[in-house]
Every structure is written in structure tokens, then in C-alpha cells.
Design a protein around this ligand. Sequence first.
Ligand code: OAD
Length: 229
Amino acid sequence: MKKARCVLLTGAGVSAESGLQTFRDAGGLWEGYRPEEVATPEAFARDPEMVLRFYNERRRRVLEAQPNAAHRAIRELEKRYAVRVITQNVDDLHERAGSKDVLHLHGEILYARSSLDPRWRRNVGAEGIRLGDCCPRGGQLRPDVVWFGEPVPAMETAFREAAGAELFMVVGTSLHVYPAAQLVHAIPPHCRNWLVNPDPAAEVPEGFEHLCERASVAVPQLVERLLRE
Ligand code: OAD
């Protein structure tokens, strides 16, 4: 029998319980840094060393973190559903939990790419990127992440996936960043939808059931239910 298509949109909240900071919560990353100082092409042009340092530190934390119960439960869904994970996260915790089909809307922090040729990329691991690290054509390497003001090339695929969803879960995102947040408007009318967010004031898109709990609690419970259906 053909598996039903289950699409997830995840954000920083799914990795919060792995010890990785979210962006907009109290104590979040954007409280300590202004996005325009570290996460824009202009910031990189102005002070590349500082921007590389910021991402090298975040990369180190990602490498130290481990997937949590939410990442693992999402992997379990594959037993019964055709699962597509669309994540705004630049970490690799979905992959390390075993999810097979992960689309990174905002790039992958473990990779560097050339400022000259965006197709040239390599895994940089714990070593990080230094000023002067270049691709063979001489282009300075930069983190393979999407900065503010840059296009999100994976959006077209993400919209297509959302439009084909039969189940749709939004986990751990404030839905404040576009175009990612628009995905909730692309899902078809017959789709069953859940939002997992422990914030009682979280924005709940129309037609979504709000599971007001941490991801490590709500996602395994929901997945268990769906695997039994
Ligand atoms: P945000 O920091 O904006 O939102 C994180 C959401 O996770 C909040 O709504 C929290 O309530 C929720 N949350 C916190 N702890 C949680 C937990 N244990 N379980 C479930 N939810 C929890 O992060 P994102 O929505 O991912 O972009 O941010 C989107 C984008 O903004 C990021 O990809 C990044 C950032 O600027 C770029 O860098 C381009």
C-alpha cells in the first residue's frame, strides 16, 4: 500500500532540548547578537573574521549536541509514512537521528561554500573556516547558510512538498521568518495539521491543532498515535 505523505516544518525549537539555542526566545541567539551584524552578506564583507568566528562557535556547539526524543520520533514516522522533513535549522540532528529525507531551507552549518562559486562546497567539521581558506579558484570560503537578504533556493521544492502533504506538522518554529513561514499556506485543504510549540501565545495557523508542549514530549506522543492508526 502507498504510504501517506507526512511533511514536517521544523525550527530551532526542535533542537532546543539538544542544547542548541533558539533565536527569538528569552535568552535566544538574537538577544546576544544583531542578525544584521553576523548574518548578512554586508556583515561578511565588513568583518569576515568576526562572522566566521560566530559560525565556527555555533558549528562547534552543533557537533557537541545530540539528537533528542523529538528528532528520533520523527525518524520513527518513516515506518509508516512517506516522511519529508523541511527544516529551517542548519544543524544535522535530523540526519543523525536517522531521518532520510531532509531539506535544509537555510543551509547547513557543517559545510563551507565558495564566495565565488556557490556550487563548490565541502564539509568543514570541527576545524571551521578561517580567513584565507579558499576554493581552488581562490574564492574565500563562507558558511553554507542562507543569510538575511539572500534567496532561499530550496523554497520551490518545499512548496511542492507542502502542496502534496496529507499530514503536516510544524515543530519548534515561531513562523516569523519568510518565506519559510508561508509553507503553512501551501498545504491542501484535506491535510491534517499540528503545531508543536510550548508557548501558549504561539501563532497557530488556521486549521492547526496546537500541541502546547515541548517537542521532546509532544512529538513522540503524536508519532505513537499516528503509528497506531
Ligand atoms: P525562533 O527562535 O524564531 O523560534 C523558536 C520557536 O521554538 C519559538 O516559537 C519557541 O516557543 C519554540 N520552542 C522553544 N523551545 C521549544 C521546545 N523545547 N519544543 C518545541 N518548541 C520550542 O526559531 P525559528 O522559527 O527556527 O534563520 O527561526 C527561524 C529562522 O530565524 C532561523 O532559521 C534563522 C533565524 O534567524 C536564518 O538564520 C536565516
